[in-house]
Design a protein around this ligand. Sequence first.
Ligand code: ZN
Length: 207
Amino acid sequence: MANNFQHIEWGFEIERKGDTTPSFEQVHGTHIVDLDSLEKPQVSLIQADGGLTRQWNLPVSVYSADCYPVLFFTESIGDPIVAVHAGWKGIFSGIVSRAVHLFASDAHLHCVIGPAIGACCFAVREDFIQKWDSAGLNPHRFLTERSHRLYFNLLDHLRAHDLKTLPSHRIHLDQHRCTVCSKPELPSFRRNKSANPRIRSWILKRQ
Ligand SMILES: [Zn+2]
């Protein structure tokens, strides 16, 4: 994919089972594993929801079907790249903020957000709102009501909270669209009641 950063490539595609091997087992937590520190071969996949590498030509992938794939890189070729799988639980628990803080500085930090459930489709209930309220996350400004249902805007929450130090030109949204309702259809757990297949989101330092 063309972008203005010659040392970075990323992409979002529907996974084909067996084509790629996950580097970690996603568990809706907040751990981001330093893939360069892993000894090989691993006996079993480490549980994590994000991966970091400084290596060239080593893609970091996350898999999702409504959750947010969030990819990070900087303008400096020496810096690491990070890919994060962030559903509402991971976002609530701060995995995206954690990813930002893995970088020594956010002065040249870029973030790419892939296809994920939009505010058009993410209906939430009172217990969800209470949970975010209790944690001081001020959910009310990200809620809209339609036909007596409340919908939460996770993207706006991310931009106002976890990604608030990034100016909008460093948050790349051109591949972001709703997994549930946009066409052509994307993998969506909410729509299909299945996470098979998922979207594979990947980022790579290309040398
Ligand atoms: Zn939608």
